[in-house]
Design a protein around this ligand. Structure first.
Ligand code: ADP
Length: 607
């Protein structure tokens, strides 16, 4: 938290403003007061001088007009006496001039020699001539002293008989003014000091709540909404404090809501099966959920801040981030040697309140299974078309040959007709097999299960095959004697045996042995059919249960196979909750093994 220094604080500003306002007020009062005081003192001083001058003027007039005798005092002596009586501290010099411009008396001891001499002063001359009073304030240059200089006429019956010249020092008044100003200055300093102290206290009452609110807002910015500011009153600052507290409450509620939403979002994100990756407007990853990290095989920390195009390995298909949204949905192959993985990624943009792109959301879903099914479906359609086209083409060419005249040939015609008959039968078989598979796919196939003892059941099937006596094949039975009961649909399991045994016969050499073996472990019965035939190459053994898969296509077709027998067998064993698989060594023979769960019901009674 930044601390505000005293010199930047609002408190100092308050104090400075107070003092400046106070100084301004004192200054205005001071100037007005000093001017008025000076004016009044001057007027009073002049009035007192004037009053005294009136008396002096009267006395001088009497003296100047009095009859003079030889033995009586001279005019100068009389004037001098009057002047001495008149003399006072504030009057620096007083001269009396007769109407002939001669000085007849002065109070200045040093100027006594001037008595009887004519004055040259222009202003006195003017007073003597015109009777005009002259009043001036003169400033002495060197010491800066101010002096009141007056020259007034002395009348007798309207006739000017002389003049009085007076110099009175004004320093007394200005000393008084200086003293008053000094008192005023001291008062000002005192007032400023007191108001500065009061200002500190007053400013504190304003700045304290502000400082508290500042602290509170800093806490709020850090996400701490536990504290509240104190409300000191109902003024603007008090109301501001109430507003700050309200804001605090609202922010706390908003934050709680946001936090709740965030947690909801995060639990939705982590519990959904689809992967979600969010990026900023440049496409750099800012969020990724657990399923996304599982699908792409990177932790969030590994891809954080990296570009989505690099993360999803789309650099070859996508040049810039804007293209992602245009593409909408992209299938990405993440398969490696260990597993197949195809991801469907759909991209959408996030807009901010100004409708500009703020980021991208990528939803990843694992569509490996869907793609596989789709692929299988495509392959299936291709296979069916292919399987039907071959016999149809054969039939077409044979029928064309017959139409072209071969029907007349007694030797060729029956052979050609036999071929078309065989192909027709093969197509019927194929269609029947397909129908059967399709029914099982759609779960339409009904099983009528019953409890069957497997031992006589297997023997009867082998017996049937022995009666047909295929190419001198020898059937060897390694079948346990103890009855083994299985809950099953006998027709369907017969079909399974027929498929496996006919394959064993088909791929066995002349005089080969086929071993039929059972093993009962009380939980399930394992039945194996082993031949000494061509066998199956190692990598292809597991594939023989796939639809239309044939190791040797031409051979199988020649032997009348559809490539669907083992696929049907597998579906049927699965429907009986068993397993089927094969082991084989190329050139040495093949073993087809399947299991069926043993029925435990009434087992004791049956035995
Ligand atoms: P088909 O009608 O072609 O026999 P199946 O589904 O019954 O179709 O068998 C699939 C393929 O598995 C056959 O084409 C064959 O290549 C192989 N196969 C099945 N049984 C044997 C066996 N006993 N010996 C060798 N190959 C076999």
């Amino acid at each position: 938290m930044n601390k505000v220094g005293f010199f930047q604080s609002i408190r100092l500003k308050f104090i400075i403003i107070y003092i400046l306002l106070l100084l301004l007020a004192i200054q205005v009062i001071g100037v007005y007061f000093a001017q008025q005081l000076e004016e009044n003192l001057m007027i009073n001083f002049q009035n007192s001088i004037n009053e005294r001058l009136e008396l002096l003027s009267y006395n001088l007039e009497q003296a100047m007009t009095a009859e003079r005798t030889e033995e009586g005092p001279t005019l100068q002596q009389d004037v001098q006496n009057i002047l001495f009586d008149f003399d006072s501290n504030d009057i620096a010099e007083l001269q009396v001039i007769d109407n002939k411009s001669r000085i007849i008396g002065t109070t200045n001891q040093l100027d006594q020699n001037l008595i009887g001499k004519r004055i040259t002063e222009y202003r006195i001359k003017r007073t003597l001539l015109l009777g005009s009073e002259d009043v001036r304030i003169m400033l002495e240059r060197e010491r800066g002293d101010r002096t009141l200089v007056m020259s007034i006429p002395i009348y007798r019956n309207q006739e000017i008989i002389g003049a009085i010249y007076l110099e009175a020092t004004l320093e007394g008044i200005y000393d008084q003014l200086d003293q008053i100003n000094q008192i005023f200055a001291n008062g000002t300093i005192l007032a400023i000091t007191i108001s500065a102290l009061v200002g500190v206290l007053v400013a504190r009452t304003i700045t304290k709540p502000i400082a508290e609110m500042r602290k509170q807002s800093q806490l709020m910015a850090k996400g701490d909404f536990t504290k509240k500011v104190k409300v000191y009153g109902n003024d603007e600052i008090g109301q501001l404090a109430v507003s700050v507290n309200d804001l605090n409450d609202q922010l706390r509620r908003a934050q709680a809501t946001t936090e709740g939403e965030r947690q909801k979002l995060s639990s939705v994100l982590s519990n959904m099966t689809d992967g979600v990756i969010a990026t900023d407007r440049k496409g750099n990853v800012i969020l990724m959920n657990e399923p996304a990290s599982r699908l792409i095989g990177y932790d969030f920390e590994e891809v954080k801040g990296k570009n989505i195009i690099d993360v999803l390995d789309l650099t070859e298909r996508i040049k810039d981030i804007g293209q992602l949204h245009k593409e909408g949905v992209i299938l990405i192959d993440f398969s490696d040697e260990n597993q197949d993985l195809i991801l469907r990624s759909s991209f959408s943009i996030v807009l901010d309140e100004n409708e500009t792109v703020d980021g991208f959301i990528t939803v990843l879903s694992d569509v490996t299974e869907q793609e596989k099914v789709e692929q299988e479906r495509r392959e299936f359609v291709a296979n069916v078309s292919h399987e039907l086209r071959t016999p149809l083409t054969t039939m077409k060419s044979y029928l064309e040959a017959l139409t072209d005249g071969a029907w007349q040939d007694q030797e060729i015609a029956p052979r050609f007709l036999k071929v078309t008959q065989n192909e027709t039968e093969r197509m019927i078989r194929l269609v029947n097999d397909l129908l059967q598979l399709s029914k099982m796919d759609n779960k339409e196939h009904r099983f009528t299960k019953q409890r069957v003892n497997m031992v006589p059941f297997i023997h009867s099937i082998i017996d049937r095959f022995e009666i047909q006596k295929h190419e001198h094949i020898v059937f060897k039975r390694e079948i346990e004697d103890e009855p083994i009961y299985v809950e099953m649909d006998p027709d369907k399991i017969t079909q399974v045996f027929d498929n496996i045994l006919s394959n064993a016969i088909k791929y066995s050499p002349e005089g080969g042995t086929i071993v039929i073996k059972t093993h009962n472990d009380r939980e399930e019965i394992t039945i194996s059919v082993t031949d000494e035939g061509v066998g199956i190459p190692k990598g292809k053994v597991s594939k023989i249960f796939e639809r239309f898969y044939r190791v040797d296509k031409a051979r199988s077709r020649n032997l009348g196979g559809t490539g669907l027998g083992l696929a049907i067998a597998k579906e049927m064993i699965d429907a009986h909750h068993g397993h089927i698989w094969a082991t084989s060594k190329e050139g040495q023979g093949t073993t087809i093994i399947f299991t069926l769960p043993v029925s435990k019901w009434k087992r004791g009674k049956q035995q």
